[in-house]
Design a protein around this ligand. Structure first.
Ligand SMILES: NC(=O)c1ccc[n+]([C@@H]2O[C@H](COP(=O)([O-])OP(=O)(O)OC[C@H]3O[C@@H](n4cnc5c(N)ncnc54)[C@H](OP(=O)(O)O)[C@@H]3O)[C@@H](O)[C@H]2O)c1
Length: 340
């Protein structure tokens, strides 16, 4: 297995190596088309066979953790127990911002263990909605206790800003990842987060790198008046707003045209260029790409990401367009501030 940053895999810890393209399961939680349960499990088998063995989910992503549990049982029946070692199930705990006690944390983690069907979570990513509520520090302390007890292998964060990560480092908490929005459109991590992560050996897991599919040929040369049919998922609607804030549809078209030229140079597609761009950034371990199980399958296309590298002229061309955009860090704030 290639565990280098240039290959398909990334070693986050001695006992946790992920595929650099992680299958994102928010798309099964509703708002992304009807997901047929049986077709979804069949598709999960196909992703696994194609080598895409890492899955990102959350306690709040509808049936996502149950799907992984069922997929694991099916895989075990067909290929035997050892095959399960190839899967990495990265989940999240997204509690309400209220008083957090050890029994609450233990119960929630036990629930995820039961649903996924494992004795220990590979990576538990913690989200917190409100920094004014200080219980996030207690939550992380109890999660660390559960890691020491062995029912969590590693702790990560999601949507935390650099300032709070510094607080956690100062408290001696061991965090290995932060999952954040990072795309050619949203380069806020480059302002503070990446420098901080490099200094503390924390890796980034990027989402939104394709803006829900907007960064693709499907939207190239499309007029601004996108209909409800065009923006037919929650994800598309979420990132269309981000594009509007970033610089609007005509600048976005300029970006798509530039990405299209780069894509043609390497005989790949626009999504591949956008994913490659994020994977080549410092501190980035992986890009989480949403999968609409049983509806669409881009696994063959996404394999192409590992067959080329971007050169300086590609970066310059992308920068030329992005230099005309608004500064999202000034408008929105650091990573995760869009949720607060
Ligand atoms: N922590 C958080 O707060 C947070 C927030 C959002 C997302 N996430 C995670 O990140 C994952 C990614 O979700 P996202 O909403 O950011 O979506 P995304 O990954 O930016 O976009 C996914 C969509 O891109 C399209 N696509 C994928 N590969 C393609 C290719 N090779 N060529 C053309 N189009 C391609 C597909 O659209 P079609 O299906 O329409 O073809 C797919 O549904 C989620 O599932 C979740 O795990 C986390």
């Amino acid at each position: 297995m290639n565990t280098s940053e240039k290959g398909h895999h990334f070693q986050l810890a001695p006992d946790l190596t992920i595929h650099r393209i992680v299958n994102g399961m928010w798309q099964v939680a509703g708002g992304h088309g009807y997901i047929d349960h049986e077709l979804a499990i069949e598709d999960m088998m196909k992703y696994h066979e194609a080598g895409f063995t890492s899955w990102d989910m959350a306690d709040i992503y509808g049936p996502a953790e149950d799907f992984i549990g069922q997929f694991r049982r099916r895989l075990c029946e067909i290929k035997g127990k050892d095959e399960l070692d190839r899967i990495q199930a990265l989940t999240k705990w997204v509690p309400q911002p209220e008083k957090i006690t050890y029994p609450i944390v233990k119960e929630k983690i036990q629930n995820s263990l039961n649903r996924i069907g494992v004795d220990s979570l590979d990576l538990l990513q913690f989200h917190w909605w409100d920094y004014n509520n200080p219980y996030y520090r207690d939550a992380l302390k109890y999660l660390s206790d559960l890691r020491d007890e062995g029912i969590i292998k590693h702790i990560g964060l999601t949507n935390f800003d650099t300032e709070r990560m510094q607080i956690m480092m100062d408290s001696g908490l061991q965090i290995i990842t932060n999952q954040i929005q990072y795309s050619i459109i949203d380069r806020r991590p480059e302002v503070k987060m990446i420098t901080f992560c490099k200094a503390h050996n924390i890796r980034l897991l990027a989402y939104g790198s394709l803006c829900g599919g907007l960064i693709s040929e499907r939207y190239l040369r499309r007029a601004q008046q996108l209909s409800a049919t065009d923006l037919d998922t929650l994800s598309l609607r979420k990132y269309k707003k981000m594009i509007d804030m970033w610089g609007g549809w005509s600048l976005f078209q300029e970006l798509l045209s530039t990405l299209d030229e780069i894509a043609q140079k390497y005989n790949v597609n626009i999504a591949n260029v956008a994913t490659r761009y994020i994977l080549e950034k410092p501190a980035v371990a992986g890009a989480i790409i949403g999968v609409r199980l049983g509806i669409s399958d881009h696994s063959n296309s996404n394999s192409q990401v590992f067959n080329f590298s971007l050169d300086k002229s590609d970066y310059d061309a992308i920068d030329t367009v992005c230099s005309k955009s608004n500064n999202l860090f000034d408008l929105v704030g650091d990573c995760g501030d869009e949720y607060r």
